[in-house]
Design a protein around this ligand. Structure first.
Ligand code: EPZ
Length: 430
């Protein structure tokens, strides 16, 4: 299994291109199931999760043509991929495919809306909490679906072959449930209102794509979406928005090591809360044309508290990286995780660097230490893994991050992007 070896201590200086967002690309790819015409996606990142979803979509009969360069090529530009679901050949999403990635469960929405039936394995994904699917099922039931659980599968049917518009109120903000109900409602008969909808930029990116395909959606970017169902959707060409989590991760890496990095293609409005927080730590954030400049020269890091929140709050997907940063801050910071109940698995690994962290329930108290020391660590989930890289970049001596397949799920060419900015980092195969 591949590992990453790094030697800490170098400041980061240079430019990092930001890839298309994994969490936007995945639902956009799934939206291709809604139409028999071609959906062309631009700026698709080269990631293991994208490959995995391609396999799942192919199983349903989607024809996939990649026009951009593949992983391993020199260029860092995103891929252009055409998805054509002329015929859905199978409405079952099997366990062995779905169990690897939670987002693959989302095919249930388009399959049910277009084919009137779907049989989808209950999902897997990062082990960061129980991550139930009750909001999805209640939402689809509100649209008229009949649903039963059979042998680990969700079996859903639309009576008469078509879903009906309804009002869906989510008890808690859910990105995935918003994606699924919005896609399903686009082809339902009548109007659907989604209340307490997720406002994450990736939801807006999907909604804009659905509109380009002919859907009638208003309230995009707000917590109340109104979707007037249409009889059919058509093809479109749509761009995946830049990855705000990748942006925030490299911003925190630069804040950690010091130096000056330009994050090319990053858009500040996608992660304003995280950038404001970073500014409070003493990092300089300068939005510029075509990207964001991050610098920290000489001055120390101030301890800063955060609580994760749905967008536009501080994202849970940046919590682990921020905790890594705070291990070196002057003073004590408090980090509260409010979205997932088991998202502190990086703590045990950060302690191996000599960090001082105490966890009580959903809150971690991080007391900054003057120095981290390199260590052998284990990647546990996607964002936790990259927090270990950030710690390693600032640690004295050598760090080896094991089990890095998680990183490949969500970070394109991580070691290449960091080494171009002066980090001593390499992948060790085998
Ligand atoms: C998406 O997951 C992201 N994944 C996650 O990123 C991200 O952490 C999360 O949103 C929150 O921003 C993708 O976009 C592929 P939720 P999702 O439904 O949609 C509870 C990463 O590292 N809930 O918004 O699965 C749930 O347990 C990943 O890229 C229910 O209780 O998250 C959680 O506490 C990790 N019942 C909360 O809602 C449900 O039916 C929010 O989860 C659905 C969710």
């Amino acid at each position: 299994m591949d590992r990453i070896r790094l030697v800490g201590g170098n400041p980061l200086n240079g430019e990092i291109p930001i890839s298309g967002a994994k969490n936007a690309a995945l639902p956009l790819m799934i939206a291709s199931l809604l139409t028999d015409e071609s959906l062309v996606l631009l700026n698709v990142p080269r990631l293991a999760d994208v490959k995995q979803l391609e396999r799942i979509l192919e199983n349903h009969g989607v024809d996939i043509a990649v026009h951009g360069r593949r992983r391993g090529d020199a260029a860092m530009d995103g891929q252009r991929i055409t998805f054509t679901a002329a015929d859905i050949v199978d409405t079952t999403a099997p366990y062995d495919l779905v169990s690897k990635m939670r987002a693959s469960f989302w095919v249930i929405g388009p399959l049910l809306a277009r084919e009137g039936e779907a049989r989808v394995s209950l999902p897997g994904g990062c082990a960061i909490g129980t991550r139930p699917v009750d909001f999805y099922l209640d939402g689809l039931r509100a649209l008229g679906a009949e649903i039963e659980i059979d042998g680990g599968y969700v079996v859903a049917r639309a009576p008469g072959g078509r879903l009906r518009g309804a009002t869906v109120h989510f008890p808690k903000v859910s990105v995935g449930a918003t994606h699924v109900v919005m896609m399903a409602a686009s082809l339902a008969e009548g109007t659907t209102i989604i209340e307490n909808a997720a406002r994450e930029p990736e939801v807006g990116n999907l909604a804009d794509c659905l509109v380009a395909m002919g859907a009638k959606i208003t309230g995009i970017g707000t917590d109340r979406l109104e979707i007037e169902g249409v009889d059919r959707l058509g093809g479109a060409t749509h761009e995946v928005l830049p990855d705000r989590i990748e942006t925030g991760t490299y911003a925190m890496a630069a804040a950690m090591t010091g130096g000056e990095v330009f994050l090319r293609g990053a858009r500040p409005e996608l992660l304003q809360a995280a950038l404001d927080t970073l500014a409070r730590t003493g990092t300089t954030i300068t939005p510029e044309t075509g990207g964001i400049r991050i610098s920290r020269n000489g001055n120390g890091l101030s301890a800063t508290d955060i609580s994760t929140e749905p967008f536009p709050g501080f994202p849970t997907d940046l919590q682990a990286q921020f905790m890594a940063l705070m291990t070196r801050a002057d003073g004590v910071s408090t980090i509260s995780e409010t979205i997932f109940e088991n998202r502190f698995m990086h703590v045990a690994e950060l302690l191996r660097f000599g960090a001082n962290i105490q966890v009580e329930g959903q809150t971690a108290k991080v007391t900054g230490v003057p120095e981290l020391r390199g260590a052998q660590v284990m990647a546990t989930d996607l964002r936790a893994s990259v927090s270990l890289v950030i710690a390693g970049l600032a640690a004295r001596g050598e760090t080896v991050v094991n089990r890095i397949y998680h990183l490949d799920r969500g970070f394109e060419r991580l070691e290449e992007k960091l080494s171009l900015c002066g980090a001593e980092i390499e992948r060790i195969a085998g």
